[in-house]
Design a protein around this ligand. Structure first.
Ligand SMILES: [Zn+2]
Ligand SMILES: [Zn+2]
Length: 134
């Protein structure tokens, strides 16, 4: 499936060819902090299926619990996270941040990673009072 997207301010835009089966949620504590939210949604694509169309993302390299380094990219102007990928040589997979994908409504998650650190209130979310806008 062809997708496209970009950051909030429009500086960064990209296109990609994805497998809708590769959409997931990550509940790890790094994703909670780095996204500023309860969990992260992402779609995994091989690097050759991702094309940056405009802008130059800023890169922050984080070291995970296992010692693995991951490059976290984001817009230097508006701070929107764009994708994360491995550091060093070898074939790379880009984890595109689903909230920046224009077609995200059509891409429900197929797997949840790091469920052991998921926020305990998530299963009850549907019972929390809702307001259609702010
Ligand atoms: Zn931006
Ligand atoms: Zn994570």
């Amino acid at each position: 499936m062809k997708i496209d997207g970009g950051c909030h301010c429009g500086y960064i835009t990209y296109a990609a060819e994805i497998d809708p089966g590769k959409v997931g949620i990550c509940h790890c504590t790094d994703c909670q902090t780095l996204s500023g939210s309860a969990f992260r949604t992402l779609v995994m694509v091989p690097e050759e299926s991702f094309a940056l169309l405009s802008g130059e993302p800023k890169v922050y390299v984080k070291t995970g619990e296992s010692g693995t380094k991951r490059a976290q990219t984001f817009c230097p102007e508006c701070g929107s996270p764009i994708y994360a990928t491995g550091v060093g040589d070898g074939p790379k997979v880009y984890n595109i941040r689903l909230g920046t994908v224009r077609q995200r409504d059509e891409l429900p998650p197929k797997i949840q990673l790091w469920s052991r650190s998921a926020q305990h209130w998530l299963p009850d979310l549907d019972s929390v009072p809702k307001i259609e806008t702010q």
